[in-house]
Design a protein around this ligand. Structure first.
Ligand code: ADP
Ligand code: MG
Length: 261
């Protein structure tokens, strides 16, 4: 086990309730098994991971390696078959769907490849939707800050269809930030964007980590995208196979090449 893996995994025997709260996300020995008919798929096998607050983690690995399952379990969208998931100081893996939804609305933001803005709502109403769903009072000064920071203050009254892909993803990032979440999760958030727009969005995510101490976890198959993160974990057959610390795009491409042979 490399030092980086040990650092990320930590002591898997520790009592989660005793852990310091410096981690935005913590997975301890998480397993996820899907059964359909006679066959079972071990989508995650004994995955342990810590994501420190204010860090940017990329998750890579070939198709079917368990990236989305990892993301869904870490975000409280899905429950592991066994193991513990903590979002900040809250253990979400033991909660029922209703309680998990409450935790998710208060502590997690999401960005998607296809932006997922509601077409019938203005950009402003899209951005504040998570607050309405969570029943949280909007913090107008924070909203003004993030709208300005992501660069869409001139588009608040527009409908999503009136914006370019890059502008829509920026609006989606503002929406994800609106409730000051513990962590923002993205599944291929730049997958639908051209290179130059994708680069802008990745620089924005990087800056949010550096400027606001935002924690970001992003699944990507693109070495260039992952190079904006701090650490990258590479999944293989439902396990964390490698942890790379601050790799550049060339290193990532070389490592990833090894998984596609
Ligand atoms: P990735 O995102 O890396 O492509 P996934 O996490 O989507 O991988 O899937 C990991 C494994 O779990 C794959 O073998 C996939 O077929 C399986 N899997 C994922 N979701 C389900 C599901 N809802 N039902 C059955 N099998 C699933
Ligand atoms: Mg996936």
């Amino acid at each position: 086990m490399t030092a980086a893996v040990t650092r990320l995994i930590g002591r898997t025997t520790a009592d989660p309730k005793q852990l310091p709260s410096s981690d935005a996300i913590r997975l301890i020995d998480v397993t996820k098994t899907y059964s359909s008919g006679d066959s079972t798929v071990a989508a995650l096998q004994s995955v342990s991971l810590r994501v420190p607050r204010g860090s940017f983690l990329a998750v890579m690995g070939r198709s079917g390696s368990g990236k989305s399952t990892l993301l869904h379990c870490a975000a409280g969208l899905d429950v592991p078959t066994t193991g513990t998931v903590m979002i900040g100081d809250t253990t979400v893996s033991g909660l029922n769907e209703t309680r998990r939804t409450v935790v998710r609305r208060q502590h997690v933001g999401f960005i998607f490849q296809s932006y997922n803005l509601i077409p019938s709502l203005t950009i402003e109403d899209n951005i504040t939707l998570p607050l309405r769903l969570a029943g949280t009072k909007p913090d107008h000064s924070w909203l003004a800050t993030i709208v300005e920071r992501v660069g869409i203050s001139g588009h608040l009254r527009r409908m999503p269809s009136e914006l370019s892909g890059g502008q829509q993803q920026r609006a989606a990032i503002a929406r994800a930030l609106s409730g000051r979440p513990e962590v923002i999760f993205g599944d291929e958030p730049t997958g639908a964007l051209d290179l130059s727009t994708a680069t802008d969005v990745l620089e924005l995510l990087r800056d949010l980590v550096s400027e606001f101490g935002q924690t970001v976890v992003m699944v990507t198959h693109d070495p260039l995208a992952a190079s904006y993160a701090d650490d990258t974990v590479v999944m293989l057959d439902g396990r964390i196979d490698q942890v790379l610390r601050s790799p550049d795009a060339a290193q990532l491409a070389a490592v990833l090449g090894g998984y596609h042979r």
